[in-house]
Design a protein around this ligand. Structure first.
Ligand code: NAD
Length: 254
């Protein structure tokens, strides 16, 4: 039996690409997503390519759903090696004066509390791996480090994920569990949507990057594949920024 990886928000976007990449490299992949239709579509695609995979409908902000996810996966596979906390939602772009408490809570509950809940309930299973250990990857964002106006709930949730990663890495090292944050920059997920979409990016969008192009989900999944592997066994408690060099580029205010 190969290693087992859970990818939250694995039905679409970056999460779907991570699920596919891990599945192609021999991991059994569990797609844990709130979107059942997209999850079942993705599962069908994966089965056509002989990727061992399972879909468990999960709202990561629900404690009951998360407990059920971990139980179901362990029942099916008898082990859990990797957790990718990727499920997340964006921001409305409204000014803080117009943002509602409901909006703030929904973003914090999904992005930050969801990451905390999934990490909390996977530990009981990962620690059974003893010296084999486990890996938790938390998908944060460059918005944890750099901002534009009107992103408060999202930026706070992602900053929280980076800090949570540090704390988890320290607490879980005794179980040989590595915990790493990955902060993507601007990623065009159109090809991995359900159904796939046309990209609407302009030349100007691409030119914001030192690499002269916006990222694609594969730019993230290839690094995640490395970080969960034994080749990365000395890496824990850090935040990997993968952004085509956008964050270091200086901007001028008018
Ligand atoms: P996406 O919207 O394409 O995919 C997100 C997935 O999460 C969807 O399948 C959705 O159904 C699922 N999801 C949403 N709420 C959920 C919940 N409560 N429980 C379970 N699943 C839920 O988004 P994406 O662009 O692929 O983003 C994936 C992650 O990467 C997010 O955490 C996002 O904040 C982060 N990120 C994205 C970008 C980007 O430019 N795309 C940049 C930085 C960080």
């Amino acid at each position: 039996m190969g290693k087992v990886a859970i990818v939250t928000g694995g039905a679409k976007g970056i999460g779907a690409s991570i699920s596919y990449t891990l599945g192609k490299r021999g991991y059994s992949v569990v797609i844990a997503d709130v979107d059942e239709e997209a999850g079942l579509y993705r599962l069908e695609q994966f089965h056509k390519e002989n990727i061992d995979s399972l879909f468990v409908r999960t709202d990561v902000s629900s404690e009951t759903d998360v407990k059920n996810l971990m139980d179901e996966v362990y029942k099916r596979y008898g082990r859990i090696d990797v957790l990718i906390n990727n499920a997340g939602i964006g921001f409305s772009g409204r000014s803080i004066e117009e943002q509602t408490l409901e909006e703030w809570r929904k973003i914090i509950d999904t992005n930050l509390t969801g990451t905390w809940l999934c990490s909390k309930y996977v530990i009981n299973y990962m620690k059974r791996n003893k010296e084999r250990g486990g890996v938790i990857i938390n998908i944060a964002s460059t918005r944890a480090l750099q901002s534009e106006p009107n992103t408060e709930p999202y930026s706070a949730s992602k900053g929280g994920i980076v800090a949570l990663t540090h704390s988890l890495a320290v607490s879980l090292s005794k179980y040989n569990i590595r915990v790493i944050a990955v902060s993507p920059g601007w990623i065009d997920t159109s090809r991995w949507q359900y159904p796939p979409k046309e990209s609407r990016l302009t030349n100007l969008d691409h030119k914001q990057h030192l690499t002269r192009r916006v990222g694609i989900p594969e730019d993230i999944s290839s690094i995640v594949l490395f970080l969960v592997s034994d080749e990365a066994s000395w890496i824990s408690g850090v935040n990997f920024v993968i952004d085509g060099g956008m964050t270091v580029r200086m901007i001028y205010l008018d």
